[in-house]
Design a binder for this molecule. Structure first.
Ligand SMILES: Nc1nc2c(c(=O)[nH]1)N(C=O)[C@@H](CNc1ccc(C(=O)N[C@@H](CCC(=O)O)C(=O)O)cc1)CN2
Ligand SMILES: Nc1ncnc2c1ncn2[C@@H]1O[C@H](COP(=O)(O)OP(=O)(O)OP(=O)(O)O)[C@@H](O)[C@H]1O
Length: 197
């Protein structure tokens, strides 16, 4: 396979511009709410969610806001964790999220639970992205954090990886490379795509 790096970089520029153009607060709130509904309908109701913590993410820039879903899961008694970014080149770690406690800005300015919060090993990983395609390929920011993280977690036990995006983030074909970890599902406000059984 040829090196997909240049193709990925070009796709990132286009994908970011497209996601950044989704500025309507009403549309964004609708999508956040719809993704919560799809997660419950496609994954929770049929019993497809393994026991254990669900790792979400704290929204950055124009990403879809998964917090309505995270708060719903918390209220239902499910442990929810958030990623903690270490140096580039290392897998993410996760800490338990208590919505009543303040978060602190970590690397990249992303809000993270404090060092006093217990570490968590996610059974389900909500994965943010810049773009996706209908084969389940995903484009991230290019640091390889989620690929390394899924690789490390899956070496120990199965993890359900659920990509989360606006429907408008779909591309015909996301350039992919050897390290790219597969997503089991992608949820958008419009549909739930399943890639594994
Ligand atoms: N919300 C969120 N949290 C996350 C990620 C993510 O993609 N989204 N990550 C996924 O790996 C990890 C952090 N990794 C990151 C790697 C690179 C950049 C980055 O290059 N950021 C841009 C600015 C982005 C913006 O403001 O829209 C930059 O610094 O130029 C950010 C996060 C863990 N937490
Ligand atoms: N499991 C891995 N082990 C070693 N290197 C990896 C691994 N996964 C990804 N990488 C490297 O990380 C770099 C970024 O990968 P890639 O372009 O796929 O990132 P991305 O999926 O867009 O970003 P992210 O996963 O952070 O959201 C590449 O150089 C890739 O080779």
């Amino acid at each position: 396979m040829t090196d997909p790096r240049a193709a990925k970089d070009a796709a990132r520029v286009r994908a970011r511009a497209r996601r950044d153009s989704l500025t309507d607060d009403g549309v964004r709130a609708f999508a956040a709410d719809a993704v919560r509904g799809r997660f419950l309908e496609a994954l929770v109701r049929p019993g497809l969610i393994p026991d254990g913590p669900v790792a979400g993410y704290w929204p950055l820039g124009s990403e879809l806001d998964a917090r309505p879903l995270l708060l719903h899961l918390k209220a239902a008694g499910r442990p929810v964790a958030l990623p903690v970014s270490g140096p580039r080149g290392q897998a993410l770690t996760f800490r338990d999220w208590d919505p009543a406690q303040p978060l602190a800005a970590g690397r990249y300015g992303i809000h993270e639970p404090g060092a006093d919060r217990p570490e968590a090993v996610p059974a389900v990983l909500l994965v943010p992205m810049l773009a996706f395609d209908r084969s389940g390929h995903r484009l991230g920011y290019g640091a390889g954090y989620y690929d390394r993280t899924l690789d490390a977690l899956r070496a120990v036990r199965p993890v359900l990886a659920v990509g989360v995006a606006f429907a408008a983030q779909e591309m015909d074909a996301v350039p992919c490379g050897a390290h790219d970890e597969r997503l089991d599902w992608i949820l958008t406000e419009r549909e739930a795509l399943r890639f594994t059984q």
